[in-house]
Design a protein around this ligand. Structure first.
Ligand code: TYM
Length: 328
């Protein structure tokens, strides 16, 4: 057995359909990194309650997040997958980290500013404190690296800063977790402008069937300067091409790129090729998801096992943390 390089930790919110951005920016990389690292992946329900949500739908969303992650290749035999609130040490460590995190650092977080704008009526403490809970998630397992999309870069910088602050004050303890990006830093939504996101309604579900995928791709904005079919386009500014880079083979990419640049390939045909490439990859994922949905006990078992494993690690870390900071 080869020795692994340490723990990678990452999380995903159970806040709606898991989309192409989540897959290309994060999940695919989680799967790819498993031979090298010990993987711990978390469905972060405590993070998901920082914005308005439907309590009656929460358990179903958590279940669905587990199903989609496993179906997309996250093999529970090779990593731990669990639900955040089943390991209460996450919130306990977050409280302790709160006591060394300056409020100013949290107020300047871009995601806090955006979400405060989106949810003006519920700018709560949880929303401000979100990145501290995220730091706790990571540090609890002494993760050495965190695979995420580009949108999480600022939160991870803060996680490292919090680790440094803790280590300075209480002695060297937490590793500073590195940020690991996948080849796709950021997928935009069908509007071609804002980040693809569950809350913006501009997403393409990763397990959507080809008809749904086509409905979304059909309206997807490409290079806005390409007004007519005969105009040459620029793949570098086209979100459909960003997705091609995620789903198509290198040889095809060169042909698509050339065809766009010399206008022999129109946007509609380019999108149809993308639809087919997505379908080739995800058809087996959808089958796997159907199997898992038909066997909820198996999925719940995976989550329970993951939580049991993680609880042990988390409890050990917390004993050490409490002792370092002068409690119990
Ligand atoms: P969440 O649920 O928004 O997204 C899960 C993962 O998907 C990535 N991602 C994207 N990547 C590229 N393009 C996009 N359009 C796109 N949209 C989402 C995200 O970067 C993320 O990696 N705060 C985190 C959850 C979290 C976490 C953690 C992550 C909580 N604790 C600890 C890492 C470590 C979030 O909201 O992810």
């Amino acid at each position: 057995m080869t020795l692994k390089k340490g723990v990678i930790f990452s999380g995903i919110q159970p806040s709606g359909t898991i989309h192409v951005g989540n897959y290309l920016g994060a999940i695919r990389n989680w799967v790819a990194l498993l031979p090298e690292y010990e993987g711990i992946f978390c469905i972060v329900d405590y993070h998901a309650i920082t914005v308005p949500y439907d309590p009656a739908a929460m358990q179903e969303r958590i279940f669905d997040a587990a199903v989609v992650n496993i179906s997309c290749g996250l093999d529970p035999g090779k990593c731990s997958l669990f639900v955040q609130s089943e390991v209460p040490e996450h919130t306990e460590l977050a409280w302790i980290l709160n006591c060394i995190t300056p409020i100013g650092e949290l107020e300047r977080m871009t995601q806090f500013k955006t979400k405060s704008e989106q949810h003006r009526d519920s700018v709560n403490m949880g929303l401000l404190d979100y990145p501290v809970l995220q730091a706790a998630d990571i540090l609890l397992y002494k993760a050495v690296a965190v695979p995420v999309g580009e949108d999480q870069a600022q939160h991870l910088e803060l996680s490292r800063e919090i680790a440094r602050k803790f280590n300075r004050r209480f002695g060297d303890f937490f590793p500073e977790p590195a940020t690991l990006f996948s080849e796709t830093l950021k997928v935009l939504g069908v509007d071609g402008k804002s980040k693809m996101s569950k809350s913006m309604g501009n997403d393409i579900g990763i397990l959507a069937d080809p008809k749904e995928v086509w409905e979304r791709l059909r309206i997807s904005v490409t290079d806005e300067n390409r007004k007519r079919r005969q105009d040459p386009g620029d793949p570098a500014v086209c979100n459909v091409f960003t997705m091609h880079k995620g789903f198509s083979r290198a040889g095809d990419l060169a042909i698509i790129q050339a065809g766009c640049r010399n206008a022999t390939l129109g946007c509609v045909d380019c999108k149809k090729i993308l639809r087919d490439r997505i379908e080739e990859l995800v058809a087996p994922f959808r089958e796997k998801a159907a199997e898992l949905r038909a066997n909820p006990a198996l999925v719940r078992g995976v989550l329970a096992e993951g939580a049991a494993r993680c609880r042990k690690i988390a409890q050990k870390t917390m004993e050490q943390v409490r002792s370092r900071i002068g409690l119990r």
